[in-house]
Write a protein that binds this ligand. Structure first.
Ligand code: TYM
Length: 327
């Protein structure tokens, strides 16, 4: 069985973009793949986090995974910091990766501009991500478009190390970018990615937003003066983004959505988009509320820790051996 892995940072509330770009893909694939899904808490601390808030965000993300349909019996679910080998292996990979490759990463360039005092971890972040992926010899990494460059760096690292030591140390993974929903855009500025750290909260739909909030946010989404429900990113980025959201959540093609709304005005279209988002998220929220305080959560992470630690330890020993860290 082919293996897939993905992770999300518990840095604040989870967005519709995270859900469509990563979680929904995992839910759709969990029956046909060996799946690993984790909470990237060590990635979250590359920028400042409140130590009182972080545990809640971790717990909430775990409950969101489960409420979204990630089945803990089918998936290995774990907390990144519970597995000490991720950071250990990351260090070895850091020493085998040129600095220049990291400083070229788009996300690093963007995030480091926002805070002149950025941490060294913000630079080495993609290598920790490479470690997360390469430990498990995965075939595919389902993510949104914004993480593609990091998965490509991961591939380069794997290929370089396999060549250097003349051995198949790592499987070379491929990114798996959702068709259509790879980049859900900000509702207020549809030229920007919908992001947890967005300045204008009105442009971001959170999985735990109330029905009223969701309807308001979609109702006030920026559109255009063309007046046709047509997928045209260049001239109608806002409408195109709403078409994408509707298409992914209803499993209809872009053409089917355009046809469905060819005689509708934007008001009617927006209401239909809001209806499907509310329907999808209210199911998740109902389950989330049942799960968030369940004592099952700790047990799930404990099992994930045990299983992944064993796998990662083998990879660690292998690396120690080929690098020469032994007597
Ligand atoms: P993070 O937490 O920023 O985002 C989690 C996932 O959500 C996707 N995503 C989106 N997809 C579509 N539209 C959007 N607007 C949108 N916003 C976010 C992201 O592409 C991602 O798939 N470094 C990663 C976490 C990570 C990871 C890994 C992922 C750590 N190690 C190993 C895969 C494999 C991150 O910060 O994602």
């Amino acid at each position: 069985m082919k293996r897939i892995l993905t992770g999300i940072q518990p840095s604040g509330s989870i967005t519709l973009g995270n859900y469509i770009g990563a979680i929904k893909q995992m839910v759709n694939m969990q029956n046909d793949y060996e799946t690993y899904i984790f909470i990237a808490d060590m990635h979250a601390i590359t920028v400042p986090q409140d130590p009182k808030e972080l545990p809640n965000n971790i717990k909430n993300l775990l409950a969101i995974y489960l409420a979204s349909g990630i089945d803990y019996k089918k998936n290995t679910i774990f907390l990144q910091s519970d597995n000490i080998y991720h950071a250990n292996i990351s260090w070895m990979l850091e020493c085998l990766t040129p600095y220049g490759e990291l400083s070229r990463m788009t996300q690093f360039k963007d995030k480091s501009k926002k805070n002149a005092n950025f941490s060294a971890g913000l630079l080495t972040y993609p290598i920790l991500m490479a470690s997360d992926i390469l430990i498990y010899d995965v075939d595919y990494v389902p993510t949104g478009q914004d993480q593609k460059q990091h998965v490509e760096l991961t591939r380069d690292i794997a290929i370089r190390i396999n060549k250097k030591y003349n051995e198949d140390v790592f499987k070379v993974p491929e990114p798996l970018i959702t068709k259509g929903g790879a980049k859900i855009m900000d509702l207020q500025d549809p030229t920007k990615k919908m992001s947890k750290s967005s300045e204008n909260q009105k442009g971001v739909i959170y999985l735990l937003d109330t029905e009223d909030t969701i309807r308001k946010k979609i109702g006030s989404a920026v559109t255009d003066s063309v007046g046709k429900v047509k997928y045209d990113i260049e001239n109608q980025p806002g409408i195109s983004n709403l078409i994408t959201i509707y298409s992914v959540l209803t499993n209809k093609s872009i053409e089917e959505v355009e046809k469905e709304f060819e005689n509708s005005n934007y008001g009617i279209f927006k209401k239909s988009v809001a209806d499907v988002v509310v329907e999808e998220l209210s199911k998740i929220q109902e389950k989330y509320n049942e799960l968030v305080n369940s004592n099952k959560l700790e047990e799930i992470l404990k099992n994930g820790k045990e299983k992944t630690t064993e796998i990662a330890k083998n990879k660690y020993e292998k690396l120690k051996s080929i690098i020469g860290l032994h007597i």
